[in-house]
Design a binder for this molecule. Sequence first.
Ligand code: FES
Length: 191
Amino acid sequence: MPKSLAVRKAQLGKTDKIQMSSQVIASTRNRARALTEAEISDIEHEKTLYPDNQAVGLEALKIVQNYQGWVSDESLLAIAEYLNLSVADLEGVATFFNLIYRQPVGKNVILFCDSVSCWICRGDDIKDYLSDKLKIDYGQTTEDNEFTLIPIPCLGDCNNAPVMMVGQDLHRNLTKTGIDEIIDQYRNKSA
Ligand code: FES
């Protein structure tokens, strides 16, 4: 792995661990909110598909995020209580899966591939261009709340690197001009 990439991944890992421990502490200080009927209904459905509540935890996090946009401490506690799971264990699951958002995110979440094929195809240059354009780095949200930028391991489309997702849309063969067009496209949707 190129040195700069290895160093950056190590830095991200360290930051994640610090955030995780602070989140666990924060979670225990807050009260659970009431899950909505829709959330409970969806979680109950998942319970019919898995052998135990431990296995349902990740799906429950996804369900709550789908309805709420992110998973607050209060939501995490609510899920833990509802499924009778340890808060620390559920926090561990939420932290491990970087598509579970433990902070509010923007209207459009950009998942920028941070893996080797995209890196070799100058993905770092494109990411820097995107960061400069939006004035945000990984883990940050634009001031207008339109975009959140998150690194993600291989998106499975290495032949078309560099690659990123915006919401559910995959964008391939990224160029600086392409980034301009893609960002305009999402800004126009919001206008
Ligand atoms: S490395 Fe980027 S899509 Fe595979």
